[in-house]
Design a protein around this ligand. Structure first.
Ligand SMILES: Cc1cc2nc3c(=O)[nH]c(=O)nc-3n(C[C@H](O)[C@H](O)[C@H](O)COP(=O)(O)OP(=O)(O)OC[C@H]3O[C@@H](n4cnc5c(N)ncnc54)[C@H](O)[C@@H]3O)c2cc1C
Length: 384
């Protein structure tokens, strides 16, 4: 019998495992793949907060700005004093996992969770380890099993991620000219309701797009800008951009992508997933002390991550919903307005990839005419 079982060894689950194990709890973590961090499905852009939480050595580049391209191919550059980090994602996941196992977490690879039953005083987890069926027990389970979470499907049957984008990315053998900025591509040529990107990662560039429905044309229009680099890896997958109304239940908690705890404007989920992992661990420690793993007690978890990052995610989701409806013409017009010196200064000063709503609000206050495009968008592209 373990104290806690965690399904999934991504950053959200491993960070929760680390906090629980360092507090002396017996933690079993189950990962379906044969190694942590593979296959990679990520661009690896994170803020300094993630570096401070983990001390990871997986940094491959640091950037200080972004070139934003609009549908008419005009662009603006925004810069920031504070750096954004580009990580080697598999190494990052392995670093966070090493924090957990170093603190005492018992990690089983090649172990795919098949079934979870909550009854009486325990949770029974059935999994296939190297082809053999096994069963282990714990007081509670953390579902850290990503966007298609089985834990969510089994234990939270009424809960559905309402808003998801599909992402597709290639690591291309090409050096971006400006190694200090990422490129962001807006408009129907590049994405359906979200955006495309290119991020400099040393000798490679990570080039991708995400949207409500995936079009090969969208990707080609971005990839075509890079003189056909050879493809090193192809990745992609769903990114949930709206969180569940309920992320805790009887003896069970969902963290990270499994609970849709991801930034709606960028699809970035490493920071928010780790914050939720931390709150999950703190709640379970209290539950253990109180000998109470009931649905009511574990609601503290839902409230706790909501009061830390939930308001930001809700505001960003509203902005994303408006953004997805804006047509190319309006986007281009907005781009021209963002060129203004005072607006760019605000973006430079207040831009924060984890908490973008502040800068959005300030830009709208200083340039209210942008609001017209947001509220009465010209719908000349497919959005949602
Ligand atoms: C193309 C792309 C680019 C992205 N770029 C960024 C970015 O630049 N910055 C950023 O912050 N975020 C980015 N994201 C989002 C980010 O990758 C996720 O938000 C993040 O990985 C969530 O971490 P997690 O631990 O919650 O889930 P995951 O990292 O998905 O980990 C879940 C783990 O659970 C395992 N698992 C699943 N089911 C089972 C099972 N039944 N039994 C056992 N194990 C199981 C999986 O193998 C996996 O290891 C990107 C996503 C995509 C698709």
């Amino acid at each position: 019998m373990y104290d806690f079982i965690i399904s999934g060894a991504g950053p959200s689950g491993s960070y929760a495992a680390y906090i629980l194990s360092r507090s002396g709890f017996r933690v079993l973590q189950l990962e379906e793949h044969s190694s942590v961090g593979k296959p990679v499905e990520c661009t690896g852009l994170v803020s300094k907060r993630v570096i401070e939480m983990t001390g990871t050595g997986s940094i491959v580049n640091k950037v200080h700005g972004a070139h934003i391209y609009f549908p008419d191919d005009s662009s603006i550059h925004i810069g920031k004093e504070e750096e954004t980090y580009v990580l080697e994602r598999d190494r990052f996941d392995q670093d966070v996992s090493a924090m957990a196992t170093g603190a005492g977490t018992f990690l089983k690879l090649n172990s795919k969770v098949n079934d979870i039953k909550v009854s009486g005083e325990k949770v029974t987890v059935t999994y296939r380890e190297n082809g053999n069926m096994r069963e282990d027990l714990a007081y509670a389970i953390i579902g850290a099993d990503g966007a298609n979470s089985l834990t969510r499907k089994i234990l939270f049957p009424g809960q559905r991620i309402e808003r998801m984008v599909s992402a597709y990315q290639i690591d291309g053998a090409t050096n971006m000219q400006d190694q200090d900025s990422v490129n962001v591509y807006l408009g129907s040529k590049y994405s359906r309701g979200f955006f495309g990107w290119a991020a400099p990662a040393g000798d490679l560039s990570r080039i991708g797009t995400a949207g409500f429905g995936m079009s090969r044309e969208n990707f080609k229009n971005i990839y075509g800008k890079f003189s056909n680099p050879s493809k090193i890896t192809i990745t992609g997958g769903p990114i949930p951009i709206s969180s569940l109304h309920k992320t805790s239940g009887n003896r069970s908690i969902l963290v990270g992508d499994a609970g849709g705890i991801v930034k709606p404007l960028s699809g970035g989920g490493i920071y928010t997933g780790m914050v939720s992992g931390e709150k999950a661990a703190e709640t379970l420690i209290k539950a253990y002390e109180n000998e109470d793993f009931s649905e009511k007690f574990l609601e503290t978890y839902h409230r706790s991550w909501r009061s830390s990052i939930g308001k930001e995610l809700s505001r960003d989701l509203i902005v994303q919903k408006f953004f997805a409806r804006i047509g190319d013409e309006s986007l281009t017009a907005m781009g021209r307005k963002l060129q203004k010196e005072n607006i760019r200064r605000i973006i430079n000063e207040l831009g924060d990839i984890d908490y973008p709503s502040k800068v959005v609000m300030q830009v709208l206050i200083r340039s209210p005419s942008i609001m017209r495009h947001v509220i009465f968008p010209k719908r000349d592209r497919i959005g949602k």
